[in-house]
Write a protein of this length. Structure first.
Length: 449
């Protein structure tokens, strides 16, 4: 029984241990030895990870790598290593842009493999005159050594400043108006070939461009350019857009911290063009937009386009509207330009096709601004006047032009009661005074007689 137990334990010890690495890049070898002229495979595996990996040799004269750049997605790629010259060098595997399946950033991690190339032993053969002649012919036909240099000497995009991330990656952000760029690049070795240069048309968003440098010996070096074309116009783009004859209505994305200056409004007015100043939420939805028609604009002065959807006078407005349901709008800018419109997203409060009445509040008075406004595609649009607070509702609250908070009235009963008491008291006093005078006169007559 003991013998069987020991045999079972020995069997378990013979079973190889398998370690599963979650979210990593691994290789089949930690060290490698090969003979000069021999080719050996190196397996690079992505374990629950995906991305681009760069493979380089510390001394290209010793080794020849079949690939320098590979893309992995939870799979294994093979790189053939050819021993060229005797010596020892290091292969570095660099995670250029790698992320694990659980979104861990593996970029920047490296694996190094020490590789030794040993001299090939010459086979001893009997001398043969025919073989000697053949060897002489082979030596005469032997080709010269080809260059492995695939390094980049320079790269540029005329009119733009390309930002270098590392030796393999560059980035650039351009405005929405830039629809194409030209890439110029030069290799260190004149015999190397370059692909990917020239004109590139850009779409909105990210545009990856690969520049491939192939050495004389066939080794490739891939340079990645990430060109981002913005999908919005901003306030700093407005001057150029106003001068563009093809632009009639200009949509500008407004940044929350900016104010609209008098100079900008004057430029819009002089251009006779319409500018829509759009404010987006985090979901890239327009929550409100100022529509400024240069042909109708009457005033040009600094103002803040910021809009709040609450009011410091909400309680007073509720009293005036008898607590009607609606939507509050408050402007931070107290002095609004005339003849501008506001487009507001109201679908959270109202439905499409709803008829909306618009009221403005100021100094205790609710004014009727506009009635019978229809909600279209979730938005309502109206011309603003110089009021700080607006109230939007489906209810018809005012029959005339305005309503105001009534003054508090006191009861008339105490006033009348006091008047009666005061009048009665005066009358009684007069009667008493008359009686006293009467008595004095009567007494005086008796004394005289």
């Amino acid at each position: 029984m003991k013998i069987q137990k020991y045999l079972f334990i020995a069997f378990l010890l013979m079973i190889p241990k398998v370690v599963f690495a979650y979210g990593s890049i691994s290789t089949s070898e930690e060290t490698l030895s090969l003979t000069q002229g021999e080719t050996a495979p190196l397996f690079i595996q992505a374990n629950h990870a995906a991305g681009r990996v760069n493979v380089t040799s510390e001394n290209p004269n010793i080794l020849n790598l079949s690939k320098n750049d590979i893309f992995l997605d939870n799979n294994t790629e093979t790189i053939n290593i050819e021993g060229k010259e005797t010596g020892t060098t290091t292969i570095t595997i660099y995670n250029q842009d790698v992320t694990s399946y659980d979104e861990e950033d593996l970029t920047g991690k490296t694996i190094t493999i020490e590789v030794t190339v040993i001299k090939k032993e010459e086979e001893k053969v009997e001398s043969n005159p025919n073989d000697q002649e053949e060897n002489i012919d082979n030596e005469e036909n032997e080709k010269p050594t080809l260059s492995d240099n695939n390094h980049l000497k320079s790269i540029e995009i005329p009119g733009h400043e390309l930002i270098k991330i590392d030796e393999k990656n560059y980035t650039l952000t351009v405005k929405d108006s830039v629809s194409s760029i030209i890439v110029n690049a030069e290799a260190e070795d004149e015999k190397a070939k370059i692909e990917g240069v020239g004109e590139h048309h850009l779409i909105i968003g990210e545009n990856p461009i690969e520049i491939t440098i192939t050495s004389e010996s066939g080794l490739q070096n891939i340079i990645l350019l990430k060109i981002i074309r913005e999908d919005h116009h901003y306030l700093e783009d407005l001057e150029d857009l106003l001068e563009d004859p093809e632009e009639e209505t200009i949509e500008i994305t407004w940044k929350d911290e900016q104010e609209l200056s008098k100079e900008v409004l004057e430029e819009i007015k002089e251009s006779d063009k319409t500018v829509e100043l759009e404010i987006f939420d985090q979901e890239e939805k327009v929550i409100y937009a100022w529509i400024i028609d240069g042909q109708k604009l009457e005033q040009t002065h600094d103002f803040s386009p910021r809009v709040n959807f609450s009011s410091p006078h909400q309680e007073k407005i509720e009293n005036l509207t008898n607590h009607a349901k609606g939507m509050y709008i408050n402007f931070e800018g107290k002095n609004l330009p005339k003849k501008v419109k506001l487009k507001v997203y109201v679908k959270d409060q109202f439905n499409d096709q709803d008829i909306i009445n618009i009221y403005a509040y100021k100094d205790g008075v609710l004014h009727s601004i506009s009635k019978n406004n229809q909600v279209k595609d979730g938005y309502i649009e109206f011309e603003v006047e110089n009021y700080e607070d607006y109230f939007l509702t489906t209810e018809d609250l005012i029959k005339g032009e305005s309503i105001q908070i009534p003054e508090k009235k006191t009861s008339s009963f105490p006033v009348i009661f006091l008047s009666i008491i005061l009048g009665s008291s005066i009358l009684l006093l007069l009667l008493i005074l008359g009686y006293i005078i009467y008595k004095k006169r009567k007494t005086t007559k008796k004394k005289v007689s």
